[in-house]
Design a protein. Structure first.
Length: 194
């Protein structure tokens, strides 16, 4: 009887520890997601402000309403739609949307006409299109200083190399082909293979 009570106490303690561990783990994951989102919103607002200052339109590349974006909206806001939003999966509730691969539409835009906010898109484009796309972004924006690029997965390479890329693909956000190691407005684009 004493042994039975002791096993029960051990089992009960183990359950409390397990539940506590998962709560702490979920809290850390949520913190990192929300922190990355807050940086994206701030960068988007900088791009929006620059577009107003230069009297240009704001082009958003990457859906602000992805699966992760929908989860984030439960807790806070995500970045906006700009004057036009381009993503092969559409852009949720945005008003002016082009639902296509960016390599199929960038040639339609004039040179030095837009401020560009690009979020997590270049990791998933086809390898044979990456040079063309980056050249078109520089052309449309007029300079790297007019491109506001957000990339966070390279900060978590271990996770995305072994697990995250499959989850990213499963959620319909594309298959991660590369990391963006440097990006505008501070640097020219540089990529790193997975």
């Amino acid at each position: 009887m004493v042994l039975n009570i002791s096993l029960y106490k051990i089992f009960k303690t183990y359950n409390y520890i397990s539940i506590s561990f998962y709560i702490i783990l979920f809290s850390f994951i949520l913190y990192f997601i929300l922190n990355a989102n807050n940086k994206a919103v701030k960068l988007y607002e900088e791009a929006e402000q620059k577009a107003k200052q230069q009297n240009k339109k704001l082009m958003v590349l990457g859906n602000p309403d992805t699966a992760s974006g929908k989860m984030i909206k439960i807790f806070t806001k995500t970045y906006g739609c700009g004057d036009i939003c381009i993503d092969m999966n559409g852009c949720g509730d945005c008003k002016n949307v082009i639902s296509d691969k960016i390599e199929n539409v960038l040639h339609k835009f004039g040179s030095n006409e837009y401020i560009i906010f690009e979020s997590g898109l270049l990791e998933v484009v086809d390898e044979d299109q990456i040079d063309y796309i980056t050249k078109e972004l520089y052309r449309i924006a007029g300079s790297k200083e007019n491109i506001y690029s957000r990339h966070y997965i390279q900060d978590h390479k271990y996770y995305f190399s072994y697990l995250g890329k499959y989850l990213y693909s499963f959620l319909g956000e594309g298959y991660i082909n590369r990391y963006v190691s440097k990006c505008p407005p501070n640097d020219y684009y540089e990529f790193e293979s997975i």
